[in-house]
Design a protein around this ligand. Structure first.
Ligand SMILES: *Cc1c(COP(=O)(O)O)cnc(C)c1O
Length: 397
């Protein structure tokens, strides 16, 4: 089947992903994915921080099937029970007071940027600029590309959305120097994911919070990757103890079903009035059922707490590997189950290729960092297996 799929893909699909890894998965169970060639793989990437429940979680599948039998989509012209209840879940478990749903991380960030702008517009203020960080990643729409501080993603799409600029991460003075009386918001990832798992320091986040508060600037956390239990807390704002005015969620929020969310403090959220923003699919009965099932299973199985414990265990095991290969492993970074293993430049590609060969799924990001973002159901056995395999891979390259 794989060769046939590759042929179809090359012929009919736009070439935005280049040569993908040569595998085609047909089904999954827990931490494992099964390929059409009969091989099994251990998924330490979780669909890039999406499959928090692993694959084929029985209660999750049952909830989805149950909703499919009822209704999939009705439109925002009518009240939607699952949508209202999922909003309640998010509010009751985060710093937000109000929520709106969309369909992806980029769309959530785009919504957050719109909310920051309209918040000042409605107050008759001229603040419209948004400061983001270099080496950030906020999505692929035109506004979020303007926010994403990586020239390679921006260059082809100039001129970009005006009023969006990037400063050095983890440097409060850089923000202070860039901010002015036109600044509406600062939008950041608390842990930069796509560029190689780079956490902001807690001190930087506290200073940033204070600076924004003192200067009437909104603070936006892009929690698309760091949210939904990834750091061992439901949102990374709880991990760092620093709270934004607006935050976004997506990726794991629907456990694999596309859904995103813009979440905000009451006063900020109130800027959106009827007609100011909208969506066709966002938080439809099916997508919201997926989100509700994710929350339900998180609670019943204690998965956020498991992420915290397993994250600590993972770190210990990886540090032990690093000690054995001090020349090859430069640094291990992250929080909870979002971990980056930075390797010497030549080593990283070969190690990730070797792990794939041996049936372990990870991603190479920022050129030299192996990113791990496994399902939150992960166990110590899985982690021991990963550590052993990493050591084998490091020895072999
Ligand atoms: C993945 C990601 C996005 C983009 O999400 P999409 O669903 O691909 O649009 C935005 N921000 C962060 C931090 C991400 O990790």
């Amino acid at each position: 089947m794989l060769n046939e799929v590759i042929e179809l893909d090359k012929k009919y699909y736009m070439n935005i992903f280049g040569d993908r890894l040569p595998v085609c998965f047909t089904h999954g169970s827990g931490m494992r994915l099964f390929a059409d060639n009969g091989r099994e793989y251990y998924d330490f990437l979780g669909g890039i921080a999406v499959n928090a429940l692993g694959h084929g979680h029985p209660a999750f599948i049952a909830a989805l099937k149950n909703q499919l039998d009822k209704v999939i989509h009705t439109s925002s012209l009518y009240y939607i029970e699952n949508q209202a209840k999922l909003a309640q879940k998010l509010v009751e478990n985060s710093c937000a007071d109000k929520v709106m749903f969309c369909n992806s991380g980029a769309e959530a960030n785009e919504g957050a940027m719109k909310l920051a702008k309209i918040y000042f517009y409605k107050r008759g203020s001229e603040r419209y600029e948004i400061i983001t960080l270099k080496s950030s990643f906020h999505g692929r729409t035109l506004a979020t590309v303007a926010a994403t501080g990586q020239p390679k993603y921006q260059a082809p799409y100039k001129p970009l959305l005006p009023g969006v600029k990037q400063v050095e991460p983890n440097d409060i003075n850089a923000v202070k120097a860039a901010a002015g009386d036109k600044t509406a918001a600062v939008m950041i990832e608390t842990i930069q994911g796509e560029s190689g798992v780079h956490p902001m320091s807690a001190e930087y986040l506290r200073e940033l919070r204070n600076f924004c508060t003192e200067n009437g600037i909104l603070l936006i956390f892009d929690e698309v990757q760091t949210g939904m239990g990834r750091t061992g807390k439901l949102f990374s704002s709880d991990y760092f103890g620093v709270y934004p005015d607006i935050f976004t969620s997506a990726k794991a929020l629907g456990g694999g079903v596309p859904i995103g969310a813009v979440c905000a403090a009451e006063e900020v959220a109130a800027a959106f009035e009827p007609g100011d923003h909208g969506t066709t699919f966002g938080g439809n009965p099916f997508a919201a059922a997926a989100g509700l099932a994710v929350f339900d299973i998180f609670e019943r199985e204690g998965l956020v707490e498991n992420a915290r414990k397993m994250g600590e265990f993972f770190m210990e095991r990886l540090e032990a590997v690093r000690e054995k290969f001090p020349d090859k492993v430069k640094e291990i970074r992250g929080a909870g189950l979002l971990i980056g293993i930075e390797l010497a430049p030549e080593t990283a590609k070969r190690v990730s290729a070797k792990m794939f060969e041996d049936g372990l799924l990870v991603s190479l990001c920022g050129g030299t960092t192996i990113r791990i973002a496994p399902p939150l159901i992960i166990s110590k056995n899985d982690i021991n297996m990963f550590a052993a395999e990493l050591a084998t891979a490091l020895k072999s390259v």
